[in-house]
Design a binder for this molecule. Structure first.
Ligand code: PHB
Length: 389
């Protein structure tokens, strides 16, 4: 009788101590980004946004210290996967996050599944990514959302014969397919579909082909960081003057590069979920704080994906009292979150774990001497059209 009392007391003391140790151990967030290579601007933007979120919201959540571990994968899928494995096994991160390109997210998905670690995709945007693991939650966007919005806008505005030009991988193929289907639904036509390599693309021969085809418009998807090169070559060839309207998803007129594209970019219409010129009080505060902390750098849609991703992780930590219940509990607390983002209202669909948000139609205009994507129309609360297929 007496011994069992002592044993029970000892067990409670041990349990109490281990919970103290647990609370003292920091909760680690692994943030894997391309900080070098072709997509380095994505890494720079997301890192800055994650640091800003932590500076604004503190580094202790539900009594537990939060630690951010940032790793550079150089945009190489094998590296992302290896880093994710090390972060899970050696550093014991509670969440994996980042993922600057679709192949990087897809390479890591099996690790999230096997280790039951929530994986917050802050950048990559191919529709199918969320289906690669039940532990994936996305705060970026999907290409079908943008392509469908543009496939409705273009024909209604007189662009009925269009050529598409996309980067030849997941998000480009999504953009091409969903834009084309929507155009056909609206009795308009994609007369040619061109795909350019993702790595070191030379747009010249493709643009020459577009010129010869003389469409009403050219619809473009290139990933963040590649828009300026395309814009330059489009203008150098005088394609705008030849009467070919440039349209696309907002990755083309990326806020990270837009202001350096020159006045030739004026009037370009794109569809996207975020513009630094989004006229809400929350966004104005976000843009100001971001610029202040980063030498005047303007945040782009990648930054917002990172900022919102951190919010989703922090709220999940709060709702699980600092991550109690492990990966399954954190994941459950991420699903269904609804909040105001710098982009507008955002919702993490509990069923698909994908982002539901507004898609805006925007036109490049000059404001206070700077080029911005100025929103002029909105499709509210758009789910990923890729999920209903
Ligand atoms: C992607 O690889 O999924 C991706 C990258 C950059 C973008 C959009 C999509 O701007």
């Amino acid at each position: 009788m007496k011994t069992s009392f002592i044993v029970r007391s000892l067990i409670s003391v041990l349990l109490f101590c281990s919970s103290l140790v647990w609370a003292e151990e920091s909760f680690k967030i692994g943030l894997i980004l391309p900080m070098t290579g072709q997509s380095a601007s994505t890494g720079k933007q997301i890192e800055a946004a994650a640091r800003l979120y932590m500076a604004q919201n503190g580094t202790t959540v539900a009594g537990r210290k939060v630690e951010l571990i940032i790793k550079d994968d150089g945009g190489i899928p094998d590296a992302t996967k290896r880093i994710a494995q090390e972060l899970v096994v050696n550093d014991k991160v509670g969440v994996l996050s980042g993922f600057g390109l679709t192949p990087l997210a897809l390479a890591t998905a099996p690790i999230a599944t096997q280790s039951k670690t929530p994986m917050v995709v802050m950048a990559a945007a191919t529709s199918s990514i969320t289906e690669a693991s039940p532990f994936i939650v996305r705060t970026s966007f999907t290409l079908p959302q943008c392509a469908v919005a543009m496939g409705d806008w273009a024909p209604k505005n007189g662009f009925k014969r269009v050529v598409t030009l996309v980067s030849d991988y997941g998000p480009g193929i999504d953009a091409e397919r969903f834009f084309k289907e929507r155009m056909q639904l609206n009795s308009a036509q994609v007369i040619e579909s061109l795909r350019v390599p993702l790595r070191n693309p030379d747009f010249a021969p493709f643009l020459q082909k577009v010129r010869d085809l003389k469409p009403d418009a050219l619809f473009v998807f290139v990933p963040s960081g590649a828009g300026a090169a395309l814009m330059k070559q489009f203008l150098e060839r005088g394609m705008d003057k030849a009467g070919i309207k440039l349209i696309g998803t907002g990755d083309l007129t990326d806020d990270d590069q837009l202001n350096d594209m020159g006045d030739g970019a004026l009037g370009v219409v794109t569809s996207h979920h975020y513009s630094a010129a989004h006229p809400s009080a929350l966004n104005k505060k976000f843009v100001e704080a971001f610029k202040k902390a980063n030498n005047g750098l303007r945040p782009n849609f990648m930054a917002v994906g990172g900022y919102d991703g951190m919010r989703v992780i922090y709220e999940a930590l709060k709702n699980t009292k600092g991550g109690q219940g492990g990966g399954d509990a954190l994941l459950a607390a991420m699903k269904g979150q609804i909040f105001e983002s710098p982009r507008g209202q955002i919702f993490i669909d509990a069923q698909t774990r994908d982002v539901v948000h507004n898609i805006y139609l925007r036109k490049v205009e000059k404001k206070d001497g700077q080029l911005y994507n100025v929103e002029f129309d909105v499709i509210k609360d758009m789910k990923d059209p890729g999920k209903t297929k």
